[in-house]
Ligand binder design. Structure first.
Ligand code: MN3
Length: 201
């Protein structure tokens, strides 16, 4: 079915000074919008036209002949998820069951935070860093280009986009500075907690 480009869940200037209005205008209105438009154009010509985007992603992930459709589907989905992972006044630490699970699976929150920052900084080229639930265990992972945990049977809890278009206008080559600002000031732990609660329900 047609996938709608979601509106940003905050104003274009709401994440400044860490992510600028200009970055969000290009990133959401140009990059994300193009992935969604390309997906909708491509999916209409396939037998998958009536299916939800998550099902399409899982179905075609291992089909090399569908790489173009997969890339646009996964990027459309990943960005919709990413916007919700950010919030003005974010950062800090989670509380409740997710905090307990992070402590159990990583040892402590600072260990988790270090692993997330390292994964985001060391993803070679374009891609994403993730906190996922994988077989009952929280893990930090990274994916290249459009790849997404939902294609690998993992449940995304949180992500950081590390494509250059996510930070280059604001940070140029200083990807670790972007990552640090996102982790310390923007991560939406309420959204992450809701994802974890839904995953274990
Ligand atoms: Mn992006």
């Amino acid at each position: 079915m047609t996938y709608d480009l979601p509106a940003l869940p905050y104003g274009y200037d709401a994440l400044a000074p860490y992510i600028s209005k200009q970055t969000l205008e290009f990133h959401h209105d140009k990059h994300h919008a193009a992935y969604v438009a390309n997906y909708n154009k491509a999916i209409a010509e396939t037998p998958h036209a009536d299916r939800a985007i998550e099902d399409v992603i899982v179905e075609i992930a291992k089909d090399p002949s569908a790489a173009g459709l997969f890339n646009n589907a996964a990027q459309a989905w990943n960005h919709s998820f990413y916007w919700q992972c950010l919030t003005p006044g974010g950062g800090g630490e989670p509380s409740g069951p997710l905090a307990d699970k992070i402590a159990a699976d990583f040892g402590c929150f600072d260990e988790f935070k270090g692993q997330l920052k390292t994964a985001a900084a060391t993803q070679f080229g374009s891609g994403w860093a993730w906190l996922v639930l994988d077989g009952g265990t929280l893990k930090v992972t990274k994916t290249g280009n459009a790849d997404t945990p939902i294609a690998h049977g993992q449940t995304p809890i949180l992500t950081i986009d590390v494509w250059e278009h996510a930070y280059y206008l604001d940070y140029q080559n200083r990807r670790p500075d972007y990552i640090g600002d996102v982790v310390e000031n923007l991560l939406n732990w309420n959204f992450a907690a809701d994802n974890y609660a839904a995953a274990i329900a």
